[in-house]
Write a protein that binds this ligand. Structure first.
Ligand SMILES: O=C(O)CCC(=O)C(=O)O
Length: 243
């Protein structure tokens, strides 16, 4: 898929892109099966730990295991890594970064089960990339990073959807805590198989899942070569992918 100049401008100015039907129903069902296997593992593990290069970030609440996130999910479930390195996503990241080579940093599973209390407060992804001490160098000056979110369960108004603040990325890295006027945020609803793309300066969040159904997404992150100096669970300094 070739992005138009208009789509690229939208990504850099408004802050995100929504690509519908990038993955088919069978691929999404396979991904959900991998999520089911990860969930069974998480219930056995109970506490935060690393297994097969996958970091399970877990908590216990009322005798139940809460899955905050599963980092480098493909270590335990290789199909999820296959999806994260699929040409369709890598090609989009490569166009946005204007580089045939991109560095795969994140391959992360978010579950957001009904009322599990998991939420992600207003933030910019740069806060997770740039931890000081040379962990990040924005070589391109436009963020040099693309976050992608593959929707597995329909994202609705009730199950903890993502919210983006339009044009928030134009100001670069901002001080935390980030205050947002809720009126200015756009709530994203999306069908399974949709891919969301956004840059590291776009302010976004997602609140708790108040519905009776899960809101599972697979997150993959790609950097422009030479930007990353942070060691990530599973991918270390990142895995180079060439389109
Ligand atoms: O799963 C979510 O809603 C959080 C996603 C997010 O904040 C991120 O990818 O940076």
């Amino acid at each position: 898929m070739q992005l138009t100049q208009e789509e690229k401008d939208y990504f850099f100015k408004r802050g995100w892109l929504k690509i519908e039907n990038l993955f088919n129903q069978e691929e999404i069902e396979n991904a959900k099966q991998s999520f089911d296997s990860l969930e069974i593992l998480a219930q056995d593990l109970k506490t935060t730990q690393v297994l097969n290069d996958t970091q399970f970030v877990l908590d216990q609440k009322n005798g139940e295991t809460i899955i905050h996130r599963i980092v480098w999910a493909g270590g335990c479930e290789p199909y999820l890594l296959e999806l994260g390195q699929d040409r369709r996503i890598v090609n989009l990241a490569s166009q946005l970064l204007e580089s045939p080579e991109v560095v795969h940093l994140l391959n992360q599973a978010h579950f957001k089960k009904p009322r599990d209390g998991v939420e992600f407060q207003w933030h910019q992804d740069i806060q997770n990339r740039d931890k000081g001490n040379g962990t990040w160098n924005d070589i391109l000056g436009n963020g040099s990073y693309v976050q992608s979110i593959l929707i597995l369960d329909e994202m609705t108004l009730e199950n903890g959807p993502l919210l983006f603040v339009p044009e928030s990325g134009l100001q670069g890295k901002i001080e935390v805590p980030i205050e947002v006027d809720p009126e200015k945020a756009i709530t994203i609803t999306a069908k399974p198989g949709t891919l969301l793309l956004f840059g590291p300066y776009t302010v976004h969040c997602s609140f708790v899942n108040e519905s009776e159904y899960s809101r599972r997404v697979l997150i993959n992150g790609y950097a422009y070569p030479g930007c990353n100096g942070r060691v990530y669970p599973g991918s270390g300094l990142g895995i180079s992918l060439t389109i």
